[in-house]
Design a protein around this ligand. Structure first.
Ligand code: SAM
Ligand code: ZN
Length: 420
């Protein structure tokens, strides 16, 4: 592992994730922005004052080469993301691309026995489930956890209150950690009454001779939770979209053991990190907002055992802004930060949004060829500005022609009908 316990990165998580060694994290919990088209800000005077982030997605939030990276890595996923633009809008496509490149890295850094919990909302959750099925595999889907809470309705509201969140749990493979005994819940009074009895054949009552046994540790939990309120008063830091500690405690207890490494790449006011510390796990947090540093230290200060004096949040939490250097591969620092898929072809594929600039049809990454707009025979250079991608059929038709001559031919043939 190339990162120390209790490291908080204040940076864009993509850069940090790319610098983490492969196969070294036991559990990832992420609660990313959801394409809610809102800006969030902590209230003035709250412990998290200064924290703000936007959840509005435009072209500026993605790099052209991510198109090529996703299309090359996972063609079906790229097509699904393209479809999201048609079904929803362009912001959903951009958001899903930004999530996909990060989820690629999260999958890489998880141990083969690891798990990932992705916290979703009603806007993007169903799209994210397809992304997760595609990346982690439908066989590694473990649960869709529904966390129910209550909230006040708005004046004049004409639909049901949205009062649940979905958390998608995927394992990396066929072996995963599941400590059910650490998250059992109290039995309902009806079940307690039946203890020592059994249901009669008609199921309408129970006889005295039966043997119904209840587990002394509690009942096996369902994939829904309704015993965790949204946020208790004194726990509230003011960090927008803060999640309850009790929720993170359940996830961490269920899917990790003491000493394991927990990563939250969108950690906000460090709820997952605080829960991990309380449960004797190691943790790494990442948040782009500099306000995360103070609130993380403050929250940890409240829970450390002052008597044992083993750890002091204000001196022992490592704050880092630079990406780590991977030690499991030999690369220079600059190479480490760049994904393998960062070539002209990936970038141009993004600028053309996957379409051939001849026939204007969409083609998979592998079926596109780099071509010079002005051919070499007419002194065309290999500069990025003179390069474009054509499908194989267009590429052979174009030959040594310039792009304008080639488009004229396509129009003659009726392949293109546009007037430009
Ligand atoms: C929904 S909040 C997480 C709240 C957190 N679960 C908690 O309990 O406080 C999302 C967080 O992601 C952070 N964020 C957004 N984009 C990021 C990025 N590219 N890298 C790292 N953090 C990012 C925001 O600053 C925000 O704190
Ligand atoms: Zn073509």
């Amino acid at each position: 592992m190339n990162i120390k316990n209790r490291t908080l990165f204040i940076a864009d998580n993509l850069d940090i994730l790319r610098g983490i060694n492969s196969d070294c994290i036991d559990l990832i919990y992420l609660d990313p922005p959801f394409n809610s088209k809102k800006k969030y800000k902590a209230p003035i005077g709250s412990p998290a004052e200064g924290a703000e982030f936007k959840d509005i997605w435009t072209d500026e939030d993605i790099k052209a080469e991510w198109h090529g990276e996703i299309a090359e890595h996972n063609e079906e996923l790229y097509q699904m993301i393209q479809a999201a633009e048609i079904i929803y809008d362009k912001s959903m496509k951009i958001y899903l691309m930004a999530m996909a490149v990060r989820l690629f890295e999260m999958k890489r850094i998880l141990k083969p026995t690891g798990s990932i919990y992705l916290h979703c909302d009603a806007t993007a959750g169903h799209y994210l489930k397809i992304v997760m099925d595609s990346l982690f595999g439908k066989n590694n889907f473990r649960n869709e956890i529904v966390w129910c809470y209550t909230r006040m309705s708005a004046k004049g509201q004409r639909q049901l209150s949205r009062a649940h969140d979905v958390i998608l749990w995927y394992s990396i493979g066929a072996q995963w950690c599941f400590n059910v005994d650490d998250i059992r819940l109290p039995y309902a009074s009806g079940s307690k009454k039946r203890e020592g009895h059994t249901l009669n054949r008609l199921g309408s009552g129970y006889s005295k001779e039966g043997v119904t046994k209840l587990n002394p540790l509690g009942k096996f939990p369902e994939d829904w939770m309704r015993h965790i309120p949204y946020l208790r008063g004194k726990e509230r830091t003011g960090w927008p979209t803060q999640k309850p500690l009790a929720l993170l405690e359940r996830i961490i207890k269920a899917s990790s053991n003491e000493g394991d490494i927990i990563l939250d790449p969108f950690c906000g006011c460090a709820t997952a990190c605080v829960a991990a510390e309380q449960l004797n796990r190691q943790w790494i947090g990442i948040d782009i907002s500099p306000a995360a540093e103070d609130i993380t230290k403050l929250r940890l200060e409240e829970i450390v055992d002052k008597e044992s004096n083993l750890f002091s949040p204000f001196t022992d939490v490592i704050i880092q802004t630079e990406p780590p250097i991977r030690t499991d591969i030999t690369q220079t620092a600059t190479q480490t930060r760049l994904p393998k898929a960062h070539t002209y072809k990936h970038e141009i594929y993004g600028k053309q949004e996957g379409k051939c600039v001849g026939c204007n049809y969409y083609f998979p990454f592998r079926n596109m060829t780099i071509d010079r707009v002005v051919p070499k025979s007419k002194d065309g250079t290999d500069q990025k500005e003179n390069l474009q991608l054509l499908c194989n059929a267009c590429n052979s038709t174009k030959g040594a022609r310039s792009q304008s001559e080639f488009i004229a031919i396509l129009k003659e043939q009726g392949v293109r009908t546009d007037t430009t």
